[in-house]
Design a protein around this ligand. Structure first.
Ligand code: PLP
Length: 451
């Protein structure tokens, strides 16, 4: 059966998925192999997930049959494109249980969503000396926008640190809340550790202290059911490309009253009610925050990804990841000198497994894994403050998703044994460990732009 069909609503709804059946829906994971080449084991979904055929088809169909600029045209094609875009917005709203599609602003990614909150809500509601809070385990996209805002408005910052198992220090959080911050921002699930944070309680505590709560759901929305009303989140950000949708699609959820009261983030077409030579009045939400021509085709693709995830059933997606990650944590114990980062309890973490292998540099590890056609990520995962807390510059990260299987884990383990063989006896100075952090943005830029 193709998983694109909705599984019947049965008592089996909480049962795990069959990753091998799901995998069949992803053309990139089923490409013809060169002689002797092993099938791709893709373990980098936390960076960006692969796309099922239904998403590729939805986008191709949109461009083949529907494409036109939206909201402005009074001809059939433009109305159809507008309907396709707004239909995707409705799907996202239902997926996260927003009260209304108006509460969902379509953006390119989580980064843009958080910058929007910082610049629009932050600028209008924070004043010099106000306290803002975020945590040590945040992705840079939930740190840097707050740094920019803090510098612009002269704000104070407080940071929640992690304990030895990579969980947030909730006593420190409670202590910081007593200082009456105006805004707290935290990730639902850590992209580097897999830690699942108790966000519902953290939001309730923030509200009790008089702060608004911004949730980074980049690593949770793809993997577990999200209910913004139940969480009582003020803002919640997600990226379409991490949840089987295309790059360039994403959403910011915001409570309607907050969005209504915020000034726009960017100015331009589509976000206006009236423009005069000397001033402008704003459109209602969500248009107020969607200046310019949006990524319509990408948003349509995200709508198709949501249909696909709904058909799988998010409860089963989560159950599947629990099972694969528990198996991975067990099977990887077999690799000598492996050391895991993050919570030891497999039930308290997402499908992300970060590890070190002796003193081997993660870039060396991932390079050998690549020779086995096993794709993992090596680096700081855009969480430099977290790496500092862990006492490393980088980790190797395997991240699992709907299409991964126990066989994929076995391939990872087998390839890691080979990494051990390759590097046994080599002095560590011959490895990338001698370099600071392997290829970085500056090196890529030099290669790309300066020859
Ligand atoms: N937040 C978390 C927890 C992430 O893992 C990522 C990406 O890895 C982001 C934010 C940023 O996502 P994007 O690059 O799609 O904006």
């Amino acid at each position: 059966m193709s998983i694109t069909q909705a599984p019947p609503e049965t008592e089996h709804a909480h049962e795990s998925l069959d990753g091998a059946v799901v995998k069949a829906d992803f053309p990139i994971l089923n490409q013809p192999l060169r002689a002797g080449q092993k099938p791709l084991v893709f373990l980098d979904s936390a960076a960006s997930a692969q796309k099922p055929q239904v998403v590729i088809d939805a986008m191709s169909d949109y461009y083949a049959r529907v494409n036109a600029n939206i909201h402005r045209g009074v001809y059939d094609l433009s109305e159809a494109a507008t309907e396709a875009y707004e239909d995707a917005r409705r799907k996202i709203a239902t997926f996260i249980n927003a009260q209304s599609p108006r509460e969902c602003i379509m953006v390119r990614n989580t980064t843009e969503a958080i910058n929007l909150v910082a610049q629009a809500w932050g600028k209008a509601n924070l004043k010099e000396g106000d306290l803002i809070v975020f945590t040590e385990m945040e992705h840079h996209s939930n740190i840097v926008p707050w740094h920019i805002l803090a510098a612009e408005k002269n704000l104070r910052q407080a940071h929640v640190h992690i304990d030895d198992e990579g969980r947030l220090d909730l006593d420190e959080y409670a202590e910081i809340l007593r200082q009456e911050p105006k805004l707290v921002a935290f990730t639902h699930v850590s992209n580097s550790l897999g830690t699942v944070n108790p966000v519902k309680q953290m939001i309730a505590d923030a509200h009790a202290a008089g702060a608004i709560a911004v949730v980074d759901a980049a690593q949770s929305a793809p993997h577990l059911p999200i209910d913004v009303q139940d969480l009582d989140a003020d803002f919640l950000a997600l990226s379409g490309h991490k949840m089987l949708g295309p790059m360039g699609s994403g959403a910011l959820y915001g409570k309607k009253a907050l969005l209504d009261a915020m000034p726009p983030y960017m100015g331009g077409g589509s976000m206006i009610r009236k423009v005069f030579l000397d001033h402008t009045t704003w459109a209602d939400v969500p248009a107020k925050f969607e200046a310019g021509t949006p990524s319509v085709g990408d948003t349509v693709g995200l709508g198709a990804a949501i249909d696909y995830l709904n058909a799988l059933d998010m409860r089963r997606v989560w159950a599947h990841e629990r099972e694969v990650v528990a198996y991975a944590l067990e099977a990887l114990q077999d690799v000598p000198d492996i050391r895991f980062f993050g919570p030891t309890d497999a039930q308290a973490r997402s499908g992300v497994v970060s590890f070190a292998l002796g003193d081997l540099h993660p870039h060396d590890i991932s390079q050998i894994l690549n020779e086995h056609n096993v794709a993992v990520r090596a680096g700081h995962h855009c969480t430099q403050p977290l790496m500092k807390a862990l006492g490393v510059t980088a980790t190797t990260r395997a991240s699992f998703y709907v299409y991964n299987t126990r066989e994929d884990v076995d391939r990872l383990v087998e390839a890691l044994h080979d990494v051990r063989r390759v590097f046994s006896g080599l002095p560590s100075s011959t490895t990338a460990a001698a370099r600071a952090d392997g290829p970085c943005r500056q090196e890529w830029d030099a290669k790309t732009f300066d020859g």
